[in-house]
Design a protein around this ligand. Structure first.
Ligand code: ARG
Length: 448
């Protein structure tokens, strides 16, 4: 029996074909190892319940899968030379360990629903992990917003000084942006949290598999019912995940751009301790924001993910197509790239230094002019007349600002509503509650 390829029927494929179609799949697939084992455990429990394997075969298979999982936890699990993918490796090891029973594990499933399942389980955990990391950044931004709520900043439109803003408003604005990014992540998580196992190659199986059972065993919210849709669904979920990553990437890139700008000599609104900035090999005075520049570039690249996913799935017919394999690397890399960006921003913000009294500079006098207009409006002067009057005063150079802060409406510098933003965020965070792989395997082993 040749276990190198699950589809081996006696004609050896040319090595060049194997090499090209496998590419660097093995490294990608290794990240699915724990989930492949967990999924196989659930499948085996179901096969026994459906009478497709005996109780003793179930025990043998479960024990073998468990020892494989322990090997994986110890870091000893590898995809061997000549073995095509993670699914083949798991089946090979089972057959090596327990012989004929091992060769029953693939009963009623295809690699198509198996890889779908592995990706769903992997993505579920990756989403929760990213949400947890983003939650830390959110907390940091909200607390900076509260801490510096009184410190004023010029607010810009068209990159021209426009209105009075504050550090409270600026930090809090990005915190609220993260709540939307988390909401998108949560929505992608909901699309993802459906069980594809049992749809086999994309057209079901004549064996009486119990799909409700594996759905419950693996902690899915529901199943993907239609077997054809289960196949078409690959790429659709990835597209939702890519959009959520892109949205978060957009927030982080824009925030990093603001920081780069606010750190310039011309702005000098903020600074960071010397050990967090970088220098130049030729210009001794340089204080460079390399961290934020790299976050900006990485997160800009992440914003191309939805387009890349769409390039792969666009115009594919229904049913499995090997093109889909490339989605794994895209999405896995997306998570791998964005998490360190969120982490480094959280870390850097812990050390940010804020300049006070920025608005004391008379160059910002004119940004108080809208407040002056509103003062007249409150005294009964029609808005247009007040606007014209203040423009005249500005034109003849006699505008004197009155420092006020009578902003009271929700979402303004005088009423940031950070508590309400935080409430919304913690509501969204409740949806990220998946079971870590170790816990899932322990839970499944109770069915031995
Ligand atoms: N590596 C493959 C993928 O990720 C596994 C599924 C293979 N299925 C097949 N019919 N060749 O898509």
């Amino acid at each position: 029996m040749n276990f190198q390829r699950l589809w081996d029927k006696g004609i050896a494929p040319h090595p060049a074909v194997i090499e090209f179609t496998t590419g660097n799949e093995k490294q990608t697939d290794l990240q699915l190892a724990g989930w492949d084992i967990a999924g196989s455990l659930a499948h085996v429990i179901m096969l026994a319940k459906a009478g497709l394997i005996t109780d003793s075969e179930k025990k043998e298979l479960m024990n073998a899968l468990h020892s494989l999982f322990e090997k994986y936890l110890k870091g000893g699990f590898v995809i061997e030379e000549g073995v095509e993918d993670i699914h083949s490796q798991v089946e090979k090891e089972l057959s090596d360990m327990i012989g004929p029973s091992g060769r029953k594990v693939h009963t009623g499933r295809s690699r198509n629903d198996q890889v779908l399942l592995d990706i769903r389980l992997f993505t579920r955990a990756a989403i929760d992990n990213l949400a947890g990391t983003t939650h830390n950044l959110f907390n940091r931004l909200i607390s900076l917003s509260n801490q510096y709520r009184e410190i004023l900043l010029p607010g810009y439109t068209h990159m021209q000084p426009a209105m009075v803003s504050s550090f409270g408003l600026w930090f809090g604005g990005y915190a609220e942006a993260l709540t939307d990014d988390l909401l998108l992540l949560s929505a992608a998580g909901k699309l993802n949290n459906r069980n594809p196992l049992g749809t086999a190659a994309g057209y079901g199986t004549t064996l009486p598999v119990d799909r409700s059972m594996t759905t419950a065993l693996l902690g899915f919210e529901d199943m993907i019912y239609n077997s054809v849709y289960s196949g078409i669904n690959r790429g659709k979920v990835e597209s939702a995940v890519a959009s959520a990553l892109a949205s978060l990437g957009n927030t982080l890139a824009k925030f990093s751009m603001d920081i780069c700008l606010f750190m310039t000599t011309e702005f000098r609104f903020i600074e960071f301790p010397d050990d967090l900035i970088t220098g130049s090999s030729i210009m001794p005075q340089k204080k460079n924001p390399d961290v934020f520049e790299l976050v900006r570039a990485k997160c800009n690249l992440i914003q191309s993910l939805p387009a890349q996913v769409s390039m792969i799935i666009n115009n594919l017919p229904s049913g499995y197509n090997r093109d889909l394999q490339l989605l794994k690397q895209l999405i896995f890399n997306g998570f791998d790239e964005i998490i360190p960006c969120v982490e480094i921003l959280t870390f850097m913000l812990g050390e940010i230094k804020i300049r006070r009294n920025i608005l004391d500079n008379p160059q910002y006098n004119s940004i108080f002019s809208t407040e002056e207009v509103n003062r007249m409006v409150r005294n009964g002067i029609p808005f247009r007349d007040a606007y014209m009057a203040v423009s005249g005063i500005l034109k003849n150079g006699s505008f004197l600002r009155t420092m006020t802060s009578d902003y009271t409406h929700e979402g303004s510098i005088g009423n940031l509503c950070n508590d309400r933003i935080a409430e919304r965020e913690s509501e969204i965070m409740k949806s990220f509650n998946s079971i870590p792989v170790k816990e899932l395997v322990e839970r499944l082993m109770k069915h031995l």
